[in-house]
Ligand binder design. Sequence first.
Ligand code: NSS
Length: 434
Amino acid sequence: MPLVDIASILDGEHDGEEVTIRGWMYNHRSSGGIQFLMVRDGSGVIQCTLPRDRVPEETYKRVEKLPLESVVELKGVVKVDERAPNGRELSITEVVNLWEAQPGYPITRKRHGVDFLLDHRHLYIRDPKMQAILRIRSKVLEAARDWLREHGYTETHSPSFITAACEGGSTLFSVDYFGRKDVYLTQSWQLYAEALIYTLGKIYTIAPSFRAEKSRTRRHLAEYWHLEVEEPWTDLWGIMKVGDELVTHICHRVAEEMSRELKSLGRDPKELLRLEPPYPRITYDEALEILRKDGIELEWGDDFGWREEEPLTRHFDTPFWVTHFPIGVKAFYHKPDPKRPEVTLSADMLAPEGYGEIIGGGQRIDDYEELLTRIVEEGLNPEDYSWYLDLRKWGSVPHSGFGLGVERLIMWICHLDHIRDAIPFPRDVRRVFP
Ligand code: NSS
């Protein structure tokens, strides 16, 4: 009687066999002399049935009174049953072991408010919905790492304590760094990545980024995971191709290997499997035109807000790129288009279905004088960027990169209403506990 994962049962690997499982009882009901236990392990959730005559009366009664989140070890026969929540159930033959929880598990089957669930996040992450999302999250990162490794990228890291803003000062978190007050948490690895490409070539990182986003939105976290890529000898079009292929690979892998989890979240895996690179590309100017036809006016040179981004995503049913943003809406390091210097060689990838930006990136300025001019124009202090300017003195080549918001991608893949559920313990303007 092997101890098996619940996922292997749901995958049909043990049909008709007697097996043992071990897990947490997250739900429980009885009707007409039979008990139904929903049991969860790290791999999935299965319904287990216990008829009264199957076990000694004393055991039956103990199970009946078992508080939620007690741990059970059960032996049983795997049955294919259409009526069971995941198409298979375990018909219990023996209650091998029980570890009783305390009564009063705070999360019950009734509907709880958002704040209550966030206050009990340390327990709510056990919910099957959260379990499915977190398992998909792991697969997203695994697929990303696999693709990047197979395509010759080296994983490397940048510091979290920094002194110069990458994405503008307004969202910097300051920290007291041994008494120094001019130290912040990083918004992006980018400036350091531009140093690292000259020793490692094509590189990536998967690390937290920090943004003091003061407004409460469904799409912003104060701490999020950032998958960033940087590479030499690559222009805007080259880096968009990397983004296309990486995102497609991730979506396909998740669809192939996480279909049960996706379906439980209301996402049809076929919607991800049909994605094919390259994704559509429109310029900022074309985006403005599409919006104008929808009756949404945006002055040339203004940045997209949610009011513009959301309706734009309704015009596409795959991710798509918006390129060539005006120089005024992008950070100082973006390379102005030599053919049209009022726009930059920049690109954002937006997810469809009302989700919006998941990637931001583009080609960097590689010329010393041009970079210095842009730093001064933006009112930044060149001294703060002296080491970054150095990179244009020795061995500078055209180079590009991007940053993908891991939770933004997961939010879209999993069809979530709110970004907070894409990460186990979300951090936002109101919450650093638990
Ligand atoms: O500001 S970005 O658009 N671009 C950068 O930080 C570049 N320096 C990255 C690079 O080229 N290496 O942020 C990149 C992505 C963006 O598209 C979002 O998907 C995500 O980071 N992002 C966020 N996710 C969650 N919460 C917040 N607050 C957030 N801000 C950006």
